[in-house]
Design a protein. Structure first.
Length: 235
């Protein structure tokens, strides 16, 4: 096995142990000797693997002591954060943070879409919204999620800025999982249908600021519903 791939393998194995909670945040990693023995690698290979994790802020070096595991909120590697998120690490905070990211990006995309959309975009948005309504009436969660995602995909592409969709694409798997979680609640579905209809009307109007406000209101509603019905349903 090539040395570079071995470094990657060791780094990913340690990351997986962190994600699974076997090496919790704040804990000092085993000694270099122990890690080398556990992974069957040389000190040089181990140190390069640790440097890979340090570059993503998954671990931090403490000179003369060793390496500590950082909490997820300090990580800077997208793939590492996505792996932790998929495993449910920091699940409540991550759910809210994903809505915050969407709010930052999609409000601007909606404004651009209002100015740049064409009739075909509006038709596809209407079709996606109608599929959401149908799925809601029939209790079809999978169909609802698919239509919801399609609506937002059309809107992002209607912005005519390719960077917009690219920014959210790495998060698509986690975003779908979160949508499946929230869309299982009928009241959240009902709110989503109402808000998507308002976003469509705003984009159809051709008024960028109206579209921006409509999308902002939609994602604000999403955040409120997430907290009320999913994160703290007893409140």
């Amino acid at each position: 096995m090539a040395r570079t791939s071995l470094v990657t393998q060791v780094a990913e194995t340690i990351l997986e142990q962190v994600v699974r909670g076997e090496l919790p945040a704040g804990q000092l990693l085993p000694t270099e000797a122990e890690l080398c023995e556990a992974h069957g690698v040389s000190r040089m290979t181990l140190r390069e693997a640790l440097k890979t994790l340090q570059a993503q802020n998954v671990v931090r070096a403490a000179p003369g002591v060793g390496s500590y595991v950082n909490p997820v909120e300090r990580w800077t590697g997208l793939e590492a954060v996505l792996r932790a998120t998929s495993a449910g690490v920091g699940d409540d905070a991550t759910s809210v943070q994903l809505v915050e990211v969407r709010r930052m990006i999609e409000t601007g995309a909606a404004a651009l879409a209002a100015a740049r959309r064409d009739d075909a975009d509006l038709e596809r948005l209407e079709e996606s919204l109608e599929r959401m309504r149908t799925a809601h009436r029939h209790g079809d969660v999978d169909g609802f999620v698919h239509a919801d995602i399609a609506f937002h995909d059309v809107l992002l592409r209607a912005s005519r800025n390719p960077f917009v969709a690219v920014l959210l694409d790495p998060l698509s798997r986690v975003l779908r999982e979160k949508r499946e979680q929230t869309s299982a609640v009928p009241q959240i579905q009902a709110h989503a249908v109402e808000q998507h209809a308002l976003v469509l009307a705003a984009v159809r109007s051709g008024e960028p600021e109206r579209a921006r406000r409509a999308m902002d209101a939609h994602l604000q509603q999403t955040a409120e519903d997430l907290r009320r019905y999913v994160l703290d349903p007893s409140s």
